[in-house]
Design a protein around this ligand. Structure first.
Ligand code: NAD
Length: 241
C-alpha cells in the first residue's frame, strides 16, 4: 500500500444544520427563553434537573426526524476510502456521522443517545427519554444523566485527540464557530506540529485567521467537493487539496 497522510477532521453544529438540527449561535439559539449556555451546565443540572433532562429529551427525540446530509455522507465515504490515518472528531451530540456510516469517529462532547452514571461513571446506550432519578443498571444509583459534556466539564478522549493532532499532516475544520474551547484551539495545535489547516464554513469564523485556507459555503457542497478532490489525487499529498 502506498503511503497515505494522516488527517484530522473536526466537525461542529454547522455540518448538521442542513439536516435540520439547529446550531447554537444561529437563529433559534434560545430555548424556551434560556440561553443554551445556561441550560447545559452542571450547575443547571443540580438546580433544575427536570429542565435540563427535558431539554435533552426533546433533542434526543428530534433525532428521529432528521437524516444525514451530503456532508456527513462525504465524510463517511472518506472514512471508507482513505487508506491513511483518519480521525473524525465531532463536537456534535447528534448521531448523524455514524448513521451516514463513519466509523473512525469520536464524540468529544458526548452523545444524545447515551446516558452517563454520575455515581460510577458508566456510559450506556440510551435512545429514549431519561427522567431525572433514573437508576444505573450497573451500580443501582439513581444518578443517570445525559452523557453530554456540559460547559465547564472536560471533553472526552483529549489524549487521543492531542496525539492525532500532533501526528496529522492535514487538519480540516467543518461548520464550527471557533468559540468553544478546547476544540477552538485544535487549529493552532495542529499548525504548531506542522500540519496544513483548512476551514470549511458557511461564513468566516472567530478562528478563520488561524487557518492556512478558508473555503466559504454550505457544508453539503464544500465537503463532498473536498473529499472528491482528495480521493481523486491519492498519488499526491492531501496538503495541496
Ligand atoms: P456553533 O453553533 O457555535 O456554530 C456553528 C457554525 O456552523 C458557525 O460558524 C456557522 O457559520 C456554521 N454553519 C452554519 N450552517 C452551516 C452550513 N450549512 N454549512 C457549513 N457551516 C455552517 O456550533 P459549534 O462551533 O459546533 O459549537 C457549539 C457547541 O454546540 C458544540 O459544543 C456542539 O457540541 C454543540 N451543538 C451541537 C449540535 C449538534 O449536535 N448537532 C447542535 C448545536 C450545538
Amino acid at each position: 500500500m502506498e503511503k497515505r497522510s494522516a488527517i484530522v477532521v473536526l466537525t461542529g453544529a454547522g455540518i448538521s444544520a442542513e439536516s435540520g438540527v439547529p446550531t447554537f449561535r444561529g437563529p433559534g439559539g434560545l430555548w424556551e427563553g434560556h440561553r443554551v449556555e445556561e441550560v447545559c451546565t452542571p450547575q443547571a443540572l443540580g438546580a433544575d434537573p427536570a429542565l435540563v433532562h427535558r431539554f435533552y429529551d426533546l433533542r434526543r427525540a428530534a433525532l428521529l426526524d432528521v437524516v444525514p446530509n451530503p456532508a456527513h455522507e462525504a465524510l463517511a465515504r472518506l472514512d471508507r476510502e482513505w487508506r491513511g490515518e483518519l480521525l473524525i472528531v465531532t463536537q456534535n451530540v447528534d448521531d448523524l456521522h455514524e448513521r451516514a456510516g463513519a466509523r473512525r469517529l469520536l464524540h468529544m462532547h458526548g452523545e444524545l443517545r447515551s446516558a452517563l452514571c454520575a455515581a460510577c461513571g458508566a456510559r450506556m446506550p440510551h435512545p429514549g427519554p431519561l427522567p431525572p432519578g433514573s437508576r444505573c443498571p450497573g451500580c443501582g444509583a439513581a444518578a443517570l444523566r445525559p452523557d453530554i459534556v456540559f460547559f465547564g466539564e472536560f471533553p472526552y478522549a483529549m489524549e487521543r485527540i492531542e496525539a492525532a493532532l500532533a501526528a496529522c499532516d492535514l487538519f480540516v475544520s467543518i461548520g464550527t464557530s471557533g468559540a468553544v474551547y478546547p476544540a477552538a484551539g485544535f487549529v493552532a495545535k495542529a499548525a504548531a506540529y506542522g500540519a496544513r489547516t483548512l476551514e470549511l464554513n458557511l461564513e468566516p469564523s472567530a478562528g478563520s485567521r488561524r487557518f492556512d485556507e478558508t473555503r466559504l459555503g454550505p457544508a453539503s457542497r464544500l465537503v463532498p467537493e473536498w473529499v472528491e478532490a482528495l480521493l481523486q489525487s491519492t498519488q499526491s499529498s492531501p496538503m495541496s487539496r
